[in-house]
Design a protein around this ligand. Structure first.
Ligand SMILES: [Zn+2]
Length: 229
């Protein structure tokens, strides 16, 4: 059992911003390279032309209440892995730019972007929340601390559909109802698989009376159990 976080949401927010800023500063001094394959790139953060050509669009981006325009495959798998386990901001930012490009004018209706939060224990290990880094690129106000992960959960990757739902059930809570109330919220995660995490986070947001909550992820992954069928 992981102990409850003793830190207030404002401290989590400050930690998140500080860690991401220091990581970003280090990456600024590196020459521009593709966030997925490390080939030299014209700009940063970006995918190179070869990686962009390998991106696969979802045939059905809107599924079970979650919009996810890309298939979690190839360059996106590498980018997510680098962001999560290599503690690099640029891959998350490049993914965010892809998403911003896809959403286009739809973003005008968004009052607030809420990235799915990490539990503070995982934030300490990862150094930053990549959903928050993706959120920064969408050009809309972002709230980092108004939705919190109260309970540490097991990584979803190893779990089946029902286990995933149980794992994140009531894991989230709103810490600042005023910020969410009456707003059109875009709830954001990097990758959606069964949608259990986004669904649990959305349920928590709904207790604060938002005008709407739209669940969005950059990419959709196939659950390993479904893939094996
Ligand atoms: Zn590349």
């Amino acid at each position: 059992m992981v102990k409850e976080s003793p830190l207030a949401p404002s401290t989590i927010e400050a930690l998140e911003l500080l860690r991401a800023a220091s990581t970003e500063l280090l990456e600024l001094f590196a020459p521009p390279r593709c966030v997925a394959c490390d080939q030299p790139c014209v700009e940063t953060p970006a995918f190179c032309a070869a990686c962009l050509s390998q991106l696969e669009r979802c045939a059905e981006p809107e599924q079970a209440g979650v919009f996810a325009p890309f298939v979690q495959h190839g360059p996106l798998v590498r980018a997510v892995h680098r962001a999560k386990f290599g503690a690099r901001v640029a891959p998350a930012r490049a993914m965010g730019l892809l998403l911003a490009d896809t959403l286009g004018a739809q973003l005008d209706a968004v009052d607030l972007v809420v990235p799915v939060p990490l539990h503070i224990e995982r934030l300490r290990v990862r150094t930053f929340n990549q959903a928050a880094e993706i959120a920064k690129t969408l050009g809309r106000p972002v709230s980092y601390g108004s939705l919190v992960r109260e309970r540490a959960t097991r990584p979803q990757a190893t779990l089946g559909r029902d286990e995933r739902r149980a794992n994140v059930h009531e894991a989230f809570a709103v810490s600042n109802h005023q910020k969410i109330h009456g707003r059109n919220v875009l709830l954001l995660d990097d990758v959606v698989t069964t949608g259990a995490t986004l669904s649990a986070a959305r349920d928590a947001l709904l207790t604060a009376g938002p005008a709407s909550v739209r669940c969005v992820a950059v990419a959709r992954a196939v659950l390993w159990a479904d893939r094996a069928r």
